[in-house]
Design a protein around this ligand. Structure first.
Ligand code: MN
Length: 155
């Protein structure tokens, strides 16, 4: 849990992104999705855990439809407060392109292991129980691929 990689990738003299977390009072854990028009359009899922935003880049728009799986590629931890960032990261900078807030709210952690998260999301577009399941890497592949999808609601 460290922001070293986040900071290493960015030049804060140029990008309008935050360098540090903003101090916050007591509140529910942050959930957000940012739509990021970088060289490839994707959706950045942010879930607060242990003082940072755990982050995954989702190449296809997330969906509230039950069981419809999306690839979610784990990326570097981001500082708390980043979930509010919207703006344009300049050409030539890491992640250059427009960022907007696609969804926001809070979540409750129901279950977490090294390869599985179950979260109850309270957003505007996404609501309900979602899972993140880590995929077993193929030889030579990076160990960063997850699936993100809504679980069937228990009746
Ligand atoms: Mn991104």
């Amino acid at each position: 849990m460290s922001l070293t990689e986040y900071r290493k990738k960015r030049n804060f003299g140029v990008t309008p992104e935050p360098a540090e977390a903003r101090s916050r009072g007591r509140r529910a854990a942050v959930y957000a999705v940012q739509k990021h028009a970088a060289s490839h359009l994707h959706y950045d899922l942010r879930l607060e855990a242990a003082g940072v935003l755990k982050s995954w880049a989702i190449p296809k728009e997330p969906t509230p439809a039950e069981g419809v799986k999306r690839l979610a590629v784990e990326t570097e931890d981001h500082p708390l407060g980043y979930e509010k960032f919207k703006g344009t990261i300049p050409e030539g900078e890491y992640g250059a392109g427009r960022v907007e807030v696609w969804d926001k709210g809070s979540y409750t952690l129901m279950e977490r292991t090294a390869w599985k998260w179950v979260v109850a999301i309270r957003g505007r577009r996404l609501r309900g129980r979602f899972a993140l399941i880590k995929l077993k890497p193929k030889p030579g592949e990076k160990d960063k691929n997850w699936l993100f999808f809504r679980l069937k609601e228990e009746s």
